[in-house]
Design a protein around this ligand. Structure first.
Ligand SMILES: [Zn+2]
Length: 812
């Protein structure tokens, strides 16, 4: 349970190949010709006005809280000043940590532009104008825009980021992020143009894209983007302008990628030859989304086949129950199939957003509801968990289990996730409907009023639902004039006994309630094609369709190959995954719970909890280790579950999604050993310190599923941990298990260690009967002449070049 902090710090220093995403389908969608884009087109969010109590308040808070504070951080962290210096309005060196910090400003402009369309705000619009003016002045005369290099050149080359490369573009396949920044600029520019009708930012983007188009090419610079996103951005420029050169450039950047590169940025194979989701998961989903755009616009089967296979690999073996993706922090990305640790799950917020982009595009290509099933799961769980109810705190990773080490932050050095939330949330209404020829797709159930053009007629649609709490949906269809079209209403997998397409997760039993369809008061037969209930008729004003989606509480099991979830169950109701969190459960502890497979449960709406939420009540037992090493189950106690995305709004503490069903799969409370009953002290006090006596034994010295204490980044010095006993004890043996995260991490087994005990006021070394060994992947024990002591200390000499850490330290 320490994993994250250490990883985050490590990543911050080591690098952080991060970033974020993008939103498509704004207000745009200009049709070129019948076959020149997705066969199904989303209904832009500007045509859909939310009237619900779940998303509408969140979008409002995004406008009132998230966007203003995000701009505030861009200013206080000097991201904006970078543009001012590059523009010649100020002097100095590059002010921030990463060369991709420019992208945060672009992403928040994109979010603000979306937001302006539904929440007009002249002050915000004026602020965007001043920012855009600075961006324009920061752009070099030939169109180049990258504040780090421009500022360095003003300072005689000083302050050029080590990732930037001596010459423009040459390091982009690695870490310069020049094209990455531009991808976000292009998306922001199209959003701003659509929102305001002004071309100020669009002209900056086009000038930049024209430079990229002049500099890159098969006979010119042939460098693929180290972090994808420009592919999607260029497609948007193409849609906004009709200029094919931007589309060709998007394709160029995909076609020149690989083979022979790194899996981290999806360059081992050419994109068309890829079949597996690998590497950094944000880069991956942005690339797959760009590939989908090419597949749609150019009718390219090779791209289509590749993304269809990749989707299967991702959803059938690499997706968390919450829809989160990316299992490991080291690469911020995918692990092998079925390797899905819960507490150390990465599930970056940006990756959830990228996954939503990807699934939306696959739906627009294929018209099948399974893609929206995945989209909805991610939207309601792993994406939504990325932001607090107050809209001013954010998660970077979204784990499925916590021992209290996770807490949403106001901002990050690498701020991709908050800026991605800022731009994604206002565009959510754009995912509800889509149209093709004479079909209207209803994909999400969110109360709204929408004006939609189907075929040649305008139709006003009014949807009423109390989602995600209730499965009843009413859709009022009011065409301007009588018209024939097909209403395709998505019947979610969860309403039909499917937890996730492909069976990585399954419900433990069949639910026999069926979906009910009522048209103008009369129950109608259900004809489901590609996951949609199809209603084809001549619609007239006043027509009403009602759908009843069964929404019972369901228990879920994972595929047996997911080791972490063996002999465990989880709970789902509608699209929401549930978790137990510390404030709702008796002792504030939930990690030691066992919930039997057949545990009974009830569900009810609690209007006072977390701004109103459906809860699940069941029962379970705490488990506890005994001194003789057995695990005992304590008495039955009530257990209350809340929706996963709402956790961590009441402070840090324990949380769990997957509940052990047996004592063998449980994490029992520790036994009352000398070590566990002692008061802990250490040379460095961190949240992870309690790991040393929590009695969780790792499988090896780099087991990321078990918590550890570490001294990173300190090295080459003596450190210590101390147990102060409750009362003097006679002790004669101790053992320790070291943390060592080679080859990538910063910790190794130490050079030396020794034990001292407190005799009166004096620390004395113990008189050992065996030598101090130093072992990786196992225990080091030392037996010594018995002493009566009031405290014991382990002293650890860190390696010259590495830090060290401890999983567990015991005393007998
Ligand atoms: Zn992120």
């Amino acid at each position: 349970m320490t994993v994250k902090t250490y990883k985050q710090m490590k990543n911050t220093i080591r690098i952080i190949f991060t970033i974020a995403g993008l939103l498509l389908f704004t207000g745009c969608v200009k049709k070129k010709s019948a076959s020149a884009d997705y066969p199904i087109q989303p209904v832009p969010f500007t045509s859909v006005k939310l009237t619900d109590n779940f998303w509408a308040p969140r979008i409002r808070k995004n406008a009132e809280v998230t966007i203003p504070i995000a701009f505030g951080y861009c200013k206080s962290t000097e991201r904006v000043r970078n543009f001012e210096i590059a523009a010649g309005l100020d002097t100095g060196r590059f002010q921030t940590i990463y060369p991709f910090d420019d992208s945060d400003v672009y992403k928040i402009i994109e979010g603000a532009s979306y937001s302006l369309q539904t929440n007009p705000d002249p002050k915000l619009e004026a602020y965007l104008d001043t920012l855009i003016q600075k961006i324009g002045l920061a752009q070099e005369p030939d169109g180049y825009l990258y504040t780090n290099r421009t500022i360095a050149e003003k300072n005689g080359g000083k302050g050029l980021h080590e990732w930037a490369g001596r010459n423009r573009w040459e390091m982009d396949s690695v870490l310069s992020h020049e094209l990455y920044n531009l991808g976000h600029l292009y998306e922001a520019a199209v959003a701003h143009y659509q929102a305001t009708g002004r071309k100020s930012l669009l002209n900056i983007a086009l000038k930049s894209a024209d430079l990229v188009n002049r500099d890159f090419g098969y006979n010119r610079i042939k460098v693929y983007p180290g972090h994808q996103v420009i592919e999607m951005g260029l497609v948007k420029l193409y849609r906004a302008t009709g200029e094919k050169k931007y589309l060709d450039l998007a394709r160029f950047f995909l076609d020149i990628r690989g083979p022979g590169g790194r899996s981290y940025n999806q360059a081992v194979l050419k994109p068309v030859d890829q079949t597996e989701a690998v590497g950094h998961s944000v880069r991956a989903t942005y690339m797959y989304s760009g590939m989908a755009d090419i597949a749609a616009i150019e009718n390219d089967d090779a791209y289509l086949n590749a993304i269809t296979k990749i989707w299967g690999d991702l959803v059938y073996g690499k997706m968390y129950l919450t829809g989160g993706i990316g299992a490991t922090g080291g690469n911020e990305g995918f692990a092998d199939p079925f390797v899905l640790p819960n507490m150390s799950a990465y599930c970056e917020t940006c990756a959830s957003i990228g996954d939503i982009f990807f699934n939306q595009r696959l739906f627009l290509l294929h018209g099948q509801s399974k893609y929206i099933d995945v989209l909805e799961k991610t939207l309601y769980n792993s994406m939504l968990s990325g932001v607090s109810l107050s809209a001013d705190r954010f998660f970077y990773p979204n784990p499925l289990e916590s021992n209290g080490q996770h807490l949403r932050q106001a901002w990050f050095g690498c701020a991709c996730c908050p800026s991605n939330i800022a731009r994604f949330v206002p565009a959510i209404p754009g995912y509800i409907y889509a149209v093709s020829d004479n079909k209207l797709y209803v994909n999400l159930f969110i109360s709204n009023d929408a004006d939609i053009n189907i075929g040649n007629s305008n139709v006003h649609i009014s949807q009423k639902a109390n989602f995600p709490w209730d499965g009843k949906v009413e859709i009022a269809v009011n065409p301007e004039k009588k018209s024939n079209f097909i209403l395709n209403i998505r019947i979610p997998g969860w309403a039909q006994n499917e937890a996730l397409p492909g069976g990585l997760y399954k419900f433990t039993d069949m639910n026999n309630e069926t979906v009910k369809l009522v048209i103008n008061g009369k129950e109608s037969g259900l004809k489901v094609i590609d996951g949609y209930a199809m209603v084809s008729r001549k619609w007239k004003s006043g027509d009403k369709v009602e759908v009843y989606l069964p929404m019972p509480v369901r228990k879920i099991i994972a595929d047996d190959r997911v080791m972490e979830d063996r002999n465990k169950i989880a709970f789902q109701r509608g699209p929401l995954i549930y978790c137990a969190e510390w404030p709702d459960n008796n002792t504030g502890k939930v990690l030691d719970l066992v919930i039997k497979k057949d545990a009974a449960f009830t569900t009810e709406f609690d209007p006072s909890l977390l701004e109103g939420t459906q809860v699940i009540k069941t029962s379970g037992s705490q488990t506890k280790k005994t001194l003789d090493g057995k695990v005992e189950m304590l008495g039955d106690e009530p257990v209350k579950l809340i929706p996963y995305p709402l956790w961590n709004n009441r402070g840090a503490g324990q949380m769990m999604v997957w509940f052990p069903t047996t004592t063998e799969s449980s994490h029992p409370l520790p036994a009352p050993t000398i070590a566990f009953m002692s008061k802990l002290k250490a040379s460095k006090i961190t949240k992870e310190l309690p790991s040393v006596n929590d009695q969780s034994e790792p499988a090896d010295s780099n087991d990321q599923s078990v918590s550890y204490y570490h001294w990173w980044p300190d090295k080459d010095k003596w450190e210590w941990v101390e147990y102060d006993f409750e009362k003097p004890e006679i002790i004669s043996k101790t053992k320790v298990y070291w943390f060592d995260d080679r080859p990538d991490g910063g910790c190794r087994i130490p050079d030396k260690w020794e034990i001292q005990y407190l005799k009166g006021n004096i620390w004395e070394p113990v008189s050992t009967k065996s030598p101090y060994t130093i072992t990786r992947d196992g225990w080091d024990s030392v037996v010594f002449n018995p002493v009566k002591a009031s405290a014991i200390k382990i002293k650890v000499k860190l390696n010259k070049d590495f830090s060290s850490g401890i999983y567990e330290w015991t005393v007998e």
